[in-house]
Write a protein that binds this ligand. Structure first.
Ligand SMILES: NC(=O)C1=CN([C@@H]2O[C@H](COP(=O)(O)OP(=O)(O)OC[C@H]3O[C@@H](n4cnc5c(N)ncnc54)[C@H](OP(=O)(O)O)[C@@H]3O)[C@@H](O)[C@H]2O)C=CC1
Ligand SMILES: CC(C)CCC[C@@H](C)[C@H]1CC[C@H]2C3=C(CC[C@]12C)[C@@]1(C)CCC(=O)C[C@@H]1CC3
Length: 301
């Protein structure tokens, strides 16, 4: 049976590189590109098919920062009936987090809660299959406990919404394993390292990064997480794709690394999470999910 792999944030950066690399690893997979914009999704599909003309590639439109869009996408995916792996590679990092149309913090929703709802809505496809299914969350080395607080888990009050959302991602993955491993669903978190992408181009302009490139190649001899290209950044995702999920440690983050001479490898590092906090946070996510489903009852089957 073909394996169906859904990649969010597939239109650029690590997500697009991951799509290409997965097809290079296994041309028999069915790749589903999840993008927030239908035109971009089609353009990405064309790009991937140019490289792998025989590949099975479909698209689904989903804005992960918009819960109605997430529920509609889940409905559509449920109709397609199969899903074996979901990997997140979308993300927003901004100094000015704000409320979205659902009245939730944008960074929290896009980086975590939209995916949480998507996964919960796709539970029937992901759980109880003959072979284990898997989730791969793109987290970050920037996930910091100090940025996260249970009382303000959407990070409405602080200035570190990105770090908070990534820490929340790590917590969620730990609990998802506890709840769903028995049903054959396994979750892992990865960090792509420092990658030149639209995200980093918002921190410094492209020309500055280009000027800094020789320095960064030198730094890479000492800092292995300077992966620099999206291709290298997707190393940990691709490595996980090839592992048996039931043998992975749920309390580990898998870091994409690149040596000074450009060789890619994966480094597992223990997650800095308190399991009790993780469980409490998960209960809060369930509460928020309840409110969301009540609000959007018309989008449920
Ligand atoms: N770059 C880096 O150094 C690091 C990145 N990461 C993480 O890696 C992941 C990928 O980042 P990277 O490839 O660098 O970033 P990019 O900005 O290049 O790519 C982000 C992708 O997410 C999509 N996206 C953004 N917002 C939404 C949304 N609301 N709904 C659906 N899709 C959305 C973008 O789509 P569109 O094309 O429409 O904008 C794009 O395809 C992120 O989770 C990021 O946090 C972690 C550590 C370091
Ligand atoms: C090459 C250096 C001489 C100059 C670069 C300095 C900084 C702009 C970068 C150093 C470490 C980077 C980093 C990120 C952004 C850019 C830096 C601060 C991230 C925060 C990007 C998003 C993440 O998820 C984690 C990254 C950690 C490292």
């Amino acid at each position: 049976m073909e394996r169906v792999v859904l990649v969010t944030g597939a239109s650029g950066g690590v997500g697009l590189a991951l799509c290409r690399r997965l097809l290079g690893e296994d041309g028999r997979i069915h790749l589903c590109l999840a993008c927030r914009n239908a035109q971009k999704a089609e353009a990405t599909r064309d790009l991937v098919l140019q490289e792998y003309p025989a590949a099975q590639v479909s698209t689904v439109e989903v804005d992960l920062g918009n819960l109605a869009s997430v529920l509609r996408a889940a409905q559509e995916l449920r109709c397609r009936r199969l899903l074996h792996m979901l990997t997140t590679a979308e993300g927003v990092m901004t100094q000015t987090d704000r409320l979205n149309g659902d009245g939730l913090q944008e960074v929290f929703t896009t980086n975590l809660f939209g995916h949480f709802i998507l996964i919960r809505q796709l539970e029937s496809l992901l759980c109880g299959n003959e072979k284990p299914s898997r989730l791969i969350w793109t987290s970050s080395s920037n996930a910091r406990e100090s940025a996260f607080s249970l009382s303000d888990y959407q990070h409405a009050k602080g200035q570190e919404s990105y770090s908070s959302s990534k820490y929340a991602t790590d917590l969620t993955s730990v609990v998802l394993n506890r709840k769903f491993n028995k049903q054959g669903l396994y979750s892992s978190v990865v960090c792509p390292g420092l990658v030149m992408s639209n995200m980093t181009f918002k921190i410094l302009p492209v020309f500055l990064w280009v000027l800094l490139m020789p320095i960064m190649f030198l730094i890479r001899f000492f800092a292995k997480t300077y992966t620099l290209t999206p291709y290298n950044g997707a190393e940990a995702h691709v490595w996980l794709f090839k592992q048996k999920p039931e043998y992975l440690d749920p309390l580990v983050k898998y870091h994409s690394c690149t040596s000074g001479l450009g060789k890619n490898f994966v480094e597992p590092r223990k997650l800095d999470v308190d399991e009790e906090t993780a469980e409490k946070f998960y209960q809060k996510l369930l509460e928020l999910e309840g409110q969301t489903l009540e609000k959007y009852g018309d989008l449920l089957d």
